[in-house]
Design a protein around this ligand. Structure first.
Ligand code: VG1
Ligand code: CO
Length: 546
């Protein structure tokens, strides 16, 4: 075995977005593309020194190109002198499981191969991201440094060792580096067992409670099968679409009303189960449904926060909570009632890391079907499902009753997100630039019969390290605190996606069942009047409404 030095030249655009570097598979398949990024990462982490004695965790969501990428990264880690790599069997590790393994095994960090909720297959998307020793996504300072390094790279190093067999558990050696092929579920399951009342959930299933968990042909399947059907005794067939496929069965592994339509049909049907759930490509997102009832992700976070002390792992109470800025203020209202702090961060899980590490918060979440806690440093899809199961088991309330309890106590934060996908990048930039240009004069104006109190471009100062993140979304807020938020997606790979977030608080119980799109109609009209979405995008309606 020899370590080869390969000459290379920089690729443009290797800048990680909201959650890692995501590009088309065909982009990642270009010679040197993945290697350049990994070399830049190693250079930033270790300078010229070898990573001697350090442990790297490696795995992905099993999408097309996962296996090839794992083999390449093993050879590069060996050339960099890592002491050990822990790789998931079959190259598989869900995003929250990677975080759990990094933390439990004291690893120096981990590489996650995933484009998460984006479609897969040879024509789909691929992605890579680095998580640090706390188990969480690299902060912006690090991703920026990696990007800068990719722009000046002239060579990378890798071993010419043969591929490692990934499908059986075992230990291998490459250039003196140990490679352990680990069970992808074990560490993750151990973490969940410490948090939840498995006995209570087991009794719930034994009493006939019916769950339908749709793993969307993605990496959540093996985890849900093992824990929900295996340990918790739910009947076989509770977890559907459970086998991870390289192309997610040609579907979009994104649990929302548009792409989890099959699950919604089951929960809305005549013989609906008591609860429905789904997770995304890398199993960090979750969708929760009751019988004939859809739970908004923002409400889900509020329910978990309000009832957390009924779950063993959070029995001592919450230090605080956090939500991404566009997420509804439902959790803020719960936090206020509990007398705990609530932080507002930019979109993307990396912004929760410092708050969790510093012990300022225990729970956090995003409107994009992401919820999590200090048990790992990623959002965690199955964790949220177990949390809900535990609450249903110990409160005796249905999913719908739990959500209505929040509405009753705090009013309903009526909420929707409208996505406009595949906009030409220049058109999306123009739309945002024109919006930003109006910011100084929007406050005080009455548009579509609604008076704007203030408008700004969200800027965040991290309360732990003082780092500042600017231009995180344009907010237009009315006098009654209703709001519209506009931002461009940082996870897409084709053109631009405009996200329009709409929120209105409804304290009147008799009006809380008005369908969200109807209740939000005035705000939708305001969004159009302010941003001229139709004119800029040429689209009459959003691609996806959640
Ligand atoms: C989206 C969501 C964001 C989430 C991110 C990663 O980002 O809005 O809340 O953290 O995806 O989720 P963006 O920049 O496209 O709006 V995942 O499950 O794709 O890792
Ligand atoms: Co995901």
């Amino acid at each position: 075995m020899t370590i080869l030095i390969q000459a290379t030249t920089p690729f443009a655009g290797q800048l990680p977005g909201t959650s890692g570097l995501r590009k088309k598979v065909t982009v990642f398949q270009q010679p040197h593309y993945l290697e350049n990024f990994v070399q830049a990462l190693f250079d930033v982490l270790h300078g010229d020194a070898p990573a001697a004695g350090q442990t790297l965790v490696l795995g992905g969501d099993g999408r097309f190109h996962n296996r090839a990428a794992v083999q390449t990264i093993l050879k590069m880690a060996a050339a960099r002198g890592y002491g050990q790599v822990l790789v998931g069997q079959g190259g598989i590790l869900s995003t929250p499981a990677t975080s759990a393994v990094i933390r439990r095994r004291g690893a120096s960090g981990g590489i996650i191969l995933s484009a998460s909720h984006n479609p897969g297959g040879p024509d789909g998307d691929f992605g890579i991201k680095y998580n640090a020793t706390n188990g969480g996504p690299a902060p912006e300072k690090l991703t920026q440094a990696i990007y800068e390094r990719t722009q000046v790279l002239t060579r990378y190093r890798l071993s010419d060792a043969p591929d490692i067999p990934l499908d059986t558990l075992g230990t291998h050696c490459m250039e003196g580096m140990a490679i352990e092929v680990i069970d992808p579920v074990a560490d993750y399951a151990a973490v969940q067992r410490e948090l939840f009342d498995f006995g209570a959930i087991r009794r719930l299933f034994a009493s006939g409670f019916r769950l339908r968990y749709d793993a969307m042909w993605a990496v959540g399947g093996p985890y849900a099968k093992s824990i929900i059907e295996g340990e918790l005794g739910a009947p076989a067939g509770t977890v559907v679409n459970a086998e991870p496929k390289e192309d997610f069965g040609g579907l979009h592994p994104d649990p929302n009303p548009a792409y989890a339509d099959d699950l919604i049909a089951h929960l809305m049907g005549p013989d609906a189960p008591d609860m429905g759930a789904a997770s995304d490509g890398d199993a960090d997102r979750n969708m929760i449904l009751g019988r004939h009832f859809i739970v908004s992700p923002s409400d889900s976070l509020a329910v978990l926060a309000a009832h957390a002390t009924q779950v063993p792992g959070y029995a001592k109470g919450l230090a605080g909570v956090a939500r991404s800025m566009p997420t509804s203020t439902a959790v803020d209202r719960v936090a206020k009632a509990l007398g705990i702090a609530c932080y507002e961060t930019p979109t993307g899980w990396k912004f929760f890391g410092n708050l969790l590490d510093a012990g300022k918060i225990t729970l956090c979440g995003e409107e994009s079907y992401g919820t999590g806690s200090n048990h790992v440093r990623e959002k965690d899809g199955l964790w949220a499902v177990l949390f809900w199961l535990n609450l249903v088991a110990v409160t005796g309330q249905t999913v719908e009753q739990l959500v209505r309890g929040i509405w009753q106590a705090h009013g309903r934060c009526v909420y929707s997100r409208h996505d406009y996908d595949g906009i030409a990048t220049d058109k999306a930039s123009t739309l945002m630039a024109e919006l930003r240009a109006q910011l100084p004069t929007l406050g005080g104006q009455t548009i579509e019969g609604q008076t704007i109190a203030w408008a700004d471009d969200f800027s965040y100062t991290d309360p732990v390290d003082g780092s500042v993140s600017q231009k995180q979304g344009v907010r237009v807020v009315l006098e009654d605190s209703s709001r519209v938020v506009f931002r461009l997606s940082g996870t897409g790979t084709e053109g631009a996606t405009l996200r329009v977030y709409l929120e209105r608080h409804e304290p009147d119980a008799s009006r809380q069942d008005i369908p969200a799109q109807d209740a939000l109609a005035p705000l939708i009209a305001l969004a159009e009047a302010v941003a001229h979405i139709r004119q800029h995008t040429g689209m009459d309606a959003p691609t996806v409404m959640t």
